[in-house]
Ligand binder design. Sequence first.
Ligand code: NAP
Length: 253
Amino acid sequence: MIIERFRADEKVALVTGGTRGIGLAIARALAEAGAQVIISARTDPGGSESLRAAGHDVEYRPADLLEHGAADTLVQGVVRDQGRLDILVNNAGIADHGATEDFDDARLDRLMSVNFDAVFRACRAAIVPMRTQGGGVMLNIGSISGFISNIPQKQSAYNASKAAVHMLSKSLASDLAADNIRVNAIAPGYIMTEMTAGGFANPDWAPVWTDMTPMRRAGTAEEVAAAALFLCTDASSYVTGSVLTIDGGYTTR
Ligand code: NAP
């Protein structure tokens, strides 16, 4: 049955930034599909607890992806302790807005460290274990900001970091297809999470965001998670190198 292709039984999945927002919804979707899920972030205010309370097999591992080596250590630890890593979801990310002329090195380093460098490092660390076990899936959370320049807020560094995530995903998809490792990305539009709560509360920003979105509403983390489940399971067995846009139509205009 086709629906069985969406199952993830006996799969080991790691979701960075899985403690809240889009990452938590993806972790829940993977757990509901039968995966053993490890979620990671700097803090876990209740994400893993809520999933375990629902009867899911979920573990929280702290990691600060600003630190060099943290992504490698995280992936290596999962492989060491679980014996394999089938699904890697690089979801952790941060937003930082402001005019480029005022965007100093500390902000640039911080943004790129989490949004791109850690994604590269986690993918890099997963390649050999996935190749050795016969395959795997990587899913990187990019953004429509990797395609378009958002308004009214200025965010050139964020936009560039997400374009880099998209291109990394395509490059790895090409490089790793022979190893039975699929690599895809998701480009969400405006999704209601802690990251965007301030923007949606900003009377100068929210109407512009809504006007730019044909569906005239924010997306939900669950709407991204459903697509993530597709890309992380055999339901998408012939999909690699794709950047799936989930944006209520934002990028049609
Ligand atoms: P969120 O609610 O702010 O969640 C971000 C997650 O990343 C949290 O679990 C956070 O936990 C973790 N994180 C942040 N800094 C970290 C660090 N240094 N080390 C490890 N973990 C870290 O954000 P979200 O809206 O769910 O966004 C998830 C992803 O989707 C991001 O990559 C974001 O860029 C992307 N995205 C979001 C939207 C949107 O509209 N929300 C649109 C397009 C793309 P801690 O802070 O405790 O570490």
